[in-house]
Design a protein around this ligand. Sequence first.
Ligand code: PLP
Length: 454
Amino acid sequence: MDRERVKYVLDEKEMPQYWYNVLADLPEPLPPALHPQTKEPIKPEDLTALFPMELIKQEVSTERYIEIPDEVLAILRLWRPTTLYRARRLEKALKTPAKIYYKYEGSSPPGSHKPNTAVAQAYYNKKEGINRITTETGAGQWGSALAFAGACFDIEVKVYMVRISFDQKPYRREMMRVWGADCIPSPSYQTKSGRNVLAKEPDCPGSLGLAISEAVEEAVSRDDTHYSLGSVLNHVLLHQTVIGQESKKLLEKIDEYPDVIIGCVGGGSNFAGMFLPFIKDKIDGIHPGLKIISVEPASCPTLTRGPYCYDYGDEAGMTPLLKMFTLGHGFIPPPLHAGGLRYHGMAPIICHLLNLGLIEARAVNQLDTFQAGIDFARSEGIISAPEANHAIRVTIDEAIKCRETGETKTILLALSGHGHVDMAAYQAYFSGKLKNYDYPQEKIQEALHSLPKV
Ligand SMILES: *Cc1c(COP(=O)(O)O)cnc(C)c1O
């Protein structure tokens, strides 16, 4: 029977009780975030208008394990631990000797990994007496995750949603309304950042960087309101490490260890959550050959084409400066359907690890990702989010390589979410309207000119 098994599950009582903090184990320290005006390393008090102190502490902590509060575990238990699958049918379809495992985060209420951090962030805000949070959202995954978390802790949530997605993905908006959040399109007339852009370009489709500017501006201008970010920051990646810890525990039980770990990266949170609990083994020399592959869109190629330097996290330049691979904070990516991967920067932790040669990066074309997602759905059943299709593409490519070389590698795929609210993207694919975008060289060159001098 175990030779046929496809689902590996933990009992609720085996859920991780701690988040794993890679800052304790880095071979070289992470370059610090800098104040946007003084360009000096940021101080905790610079961030108190935006975040609760507990999250600010987590952002810079070097404690290896940070305890998950009971109140957070109580909510995570609504869908965690998540299932690890062996993709036996996909393996057969590909005629590969590789073993493919995937950890599926689409079983959460909003349908992705994002509530793993949304719930924790809402909890720490509530504990500090904050009853109102602003945020931005691209395709709507993060907005709906924070809306859900707000409902759990009775917090009012206001979401600035990138205009193009607001129009293209109406059902994410309705999900936010079901959980009680207020969602408006960005750019909006409610903030200075929004009005500035609308004055020049009334039909602006918006960008994640611009929506961040609007949400930050509102949070800074109101005492009763904090801001929440769904990816990129250290504490967000920290909260996602439940994914990798559960995966590691499940694989240990069946005497497996991955040769390759693959995931898609927008800001880097789901994939970091998966691989960080494994990377310590690579740093310590226990598994020096472990391959970790980040996958990004060829039309928003932050890790594969961007320079490694300090840049703002948002369009207007209000956030701290982060050392990251970046396409420039003014870069507005082409309107690809993987909305969660349309970001100019990347988590500083991911960038640091890439720079140290501990992980690698690959870029793939939109059409190839949908083909992979459809192949996956026809063998494994799950219809994945367009973002996750990027990781599936490279997983299939690696499995085919194994078929050619005869290697029986063990591949671990981070499957970040389902695509049930992204069916318009699949519809575009089937009707031949989906296309690959050329590498936007000129737009990126232009945006890189605006990099801050540090
Ligand atoms: C938001 C999102 C991503 C990209 O964000 P990361 O922070 O890189 O994980 C990937 N997949 C899904 C399903 C998402 O919702």
